[in-house]
Ligand binder design. Structure first.
Ligand code: PLP
Length: 492
């Protein structure tokens, strides 16, 4: 494709995207296609000769859109939000055009340096302690990871490299495995489950080895019991650590979650932090979804105790209008991660090594995209005040939905509404709630997903789209009520 054709093609695509997002409200949220719908719509082998871009454009509506779940529809309420904004889309175009791989500073200095500064900008916006910021002149700094799960694993490996060094200084061991098999990490249930599922799909093994010695290269995980609001508290963590120490094990890593996936519960960081400090275990904070809300000072009480954390992570690609993938992670002392991941073959060395971050040592993969561009574009083109308004609007819409749930005596809340997630259910059996959800999603006008805590099954209504307005929330609630009416009529 030559430059002039690219200009035409990209302009046509920009028009298509603007049209798509402008009118997304009119599309059915969930597609009605069946598995295998796509294969018959396109040829069964790649074309031998080049086609016209205009033909490709025509196929978007014919082939792709019928099978798209419209995550940016104002009535998409499933999972958590995934970000979408024009500044981020345009920044990604530029990133794809520069198409550098920023694994060393010299491989594209702007790629490393903008990331370093953007993580400071973001850290300041969230009110993170200065020990996390590169600009403070200490050891700390930030990095963009692909996902919160990756950040959790990266922090785990850093914690592991730290404890291994400390243990070897204390006494002699026959080999590393003698230490590794005693290592124990702690979390409250839900995040562990996420990691478990990934570990499970990676290893394709039954779930059983999760808590056994062959998971995570020997590290064992403990699920710390949570309170009635699904939060990990300091005393429960302390008790779990004590029990393990008495059994001769080595506690070394705690993951506290601020805004759990299931119900957006917040672990009690103000209590967990001092326990981790006393016990000298690495504290990682996973604020994948809720972290974006800390740009609003009134929500920072939820991260009280963050000063005790060794690493902190949230996903701007969830709720801060920076498109996927962009998971921001900060470390007070990145040297443990750098030690764990050091990749230094001759062809990756450069003369300025050590004076600037070489981000390949801060992550699992070697290659990395120029993702900080989209943070830069979004922060500049929205400004902090508009981003705060976006978060506040979503939370206020969730409270509007909460009030409608409370006003209908057939329903109850399943968790406190703290951020822009409402967990609710029909009073009564799990089976009724499962049927209700099936009817709602079957109708396709709105999209919700369920969750379960203990034995209680409930529906989750997350405010996700930047286009969601009060009118949409009211319509979504009407849809839930209509399906509940239908369910009750069918049962009568
Ligand atoms: N941690 C929490 C608290 C989450 O809510 C989620 C996803 O919603 C994750 C981790 C996983 O995020 P990612 O897809 O970035 O790995």
């Amino acid at each position: 494709m030559d430059h002039s054709t690219f200009r035409d093609f990209s302009k046509a695509m920009a028009d298509y995207i603007a049209e798509y997002l402008e009118n997304i409200r009119d599309r059915r949220v969930l597609p009605s296609v069946q598995p295998g719908y796509l294969r018959p719509l396109i040829p069964n082998a790649a074309p031998e000769t080049a086609e016209q871009w205009t033909d490709v454009m025509k196929d978007i509506e014919r082939v792709i859109m019928p099978g798209v779940t419209h995550w940016h529809s104002p009535r998409f309420h499933a999972y958590y939000p995934t970000a979408n904004s024009y500044p981020a889309i345009v920044a990604d175009m530029l990133s794809d055009a520069i198409a550098c791989i920023g694994f060393t500073w010299i491989a594209s200095p702007a790629c490393t340096e903008l990331e370093d500064v953007m993580l400071d900008w973001l850290g300041k916006l969230l009110g993170l302690p200065k020990e996390f910021l590169a600009c403070s002149g200490g050891k700390g700094g930030g990095v963009i990871q692909g996902s919160a799960s990756e950040a959790t694993l990266v922090a785990l490996l850093g914690a592991k490299s730290k404890i291994m060094t400390e243990e070897k200084e204390k006494r002699s061991y026959a080999d590393d495995y003698e230490i590794v098999k005693k290592l124990v990490a702690y979390t409250s249930g839900e995040l562990a489950l996420t990691i478990l599922m990934e570990g499970y799909s990676l290893s394709n093994k039954p779930i059983l080895p999760f808590n056994g010695p062959d998971f995570w290269g020997g590290v064992q995980f403990r699920m710390v019991p949570v309170d009635d609001k699904h939060r990990m508290q300091g005393a429960a963590l302390k008790a779990a650590i004590k029990k393990d120490r008495e059994a001769g094990l080595i506690p070394f890593y705690v993951v506290a979650t601020l805004g759990t996936t299931s119900s957006c519960a917040f672990d009690n960081l103000a209590e967990i932090g001092p326990v981790c400090q006393e016990e000298k275990v690495w504290l990682h904070v996973d604020a994948a979804y809720a972290g974006s809300a800390f740009i609003c000072p009134e929500y920072r009480y939820l991260m009280e105790g963050v000063e005790y954390a060794d690493s902190f992570n949230f996903n701007p690609h969830k709720w801060l209008l920076v498109t996927f993938d962009c998971s921001a992670m900060w470390l007070k002392d990145p040297s443990w991660i750098v030690n764990a991941f050091n990749v230094d073959p001759l062809y990756l060395k450069h003369d300025l090594q050590g004076s600037v971050p070489d981000y390949r040592h801060w992550q699992i993969p070697l290659g990395r995209r120029f993702r900080s561009l989209k943070i830069w574009f979004v922060l500049r083109l929205y400004g902090a005040e508009n981003l705060r308004a976006h978060i506040r609007k979503h939370i206020s819409l969730a409270h509007e939905f909460e009030q409608m749930v409370l006003a209908d005596s057939r329903f109850e809340l399943a968790a406190d509404v703290i951020m822009a997630l409402v967990c609710f259910r029909l009073k009564g059996s799990n089976e009724d709630n499962e049927l209700l959800l099936k009817m709602i999603n079957g109708n396709g006008r709105i999209h919700l997903v369920p969750s379960k805590i203990g034995t209680t099954y409930f529906l989750r209504m997350a405010v996700c789209s930047r286009y969601t307005e009060s009118q949409d929330i009211q319509e979504s609630w009407k849809e839930v009520q209509a399906m509940a009416d239908r369910l009750q009529a069918e049962k009568a």
